[in-house]
Design a protein around this ligand. Sequence first.
Ligand code: GRF
Length: 198
Amino acid sequence: MVRIAVFASGRGSNFSAIARAVKSGRIKASLTLLVCDTAGAGVLAKAKRAAVKTVLVKREDFPAKKDFEAQIIRHLEEEKIDLIAMAGFMRILSPEFVGRFKDKIINIHPALLPAFKGGHAIKDAFDYGVKVTGVTVHFVDEKMDHGPIILQEEVEIKQGDTLESLEERIHKIEHKLYPKAISLFIEGKLKIEGRKVK
Ligand code: GRF
């Protein structure tokens, strides 16, 4: 059974979507661990409710980024994690970390990459006035919001949309798309440059 760790810093709606999909059997895996770097983040309460083991690893408790990541790696090794699903973890992992878990880290981004990278993608797309934005799930490499794309889905920006109404539609798609991408990984259906992963 594939053992999943979700990395999240925020409210955790994607964590909950993954937890629901695991519980209902749509994702045939174990949601083994939540790694969170932010005390008081909404995702912590959600993990507690879902009875998922949580570790809070705060960057400020470590002298250097490599020590912070080493602590996270210790937890991942202890729990024998096979797949890391980033869901609003607001940090860029070092090339060493990414190399250590090569082809085993995926991320969800609320825009159609490579457009609108960064932490305010929905607002940036809305403010730019694009007619179509969307959601991307991709493998993580050393660069921010970058790496081989697994799934994308378009979201139209309609006349009369507000930032809030757009956010709501995008999150709804995220909650469907992320479990689907995770299932594809688990079923061994994903390839990177022709090479099978998992
Ligand atoms: C999502 O929009 C995700 O695409 C982005 O961060 C947000 C996390 O939201 N990477 P939540 O914490 O899962 O509700």
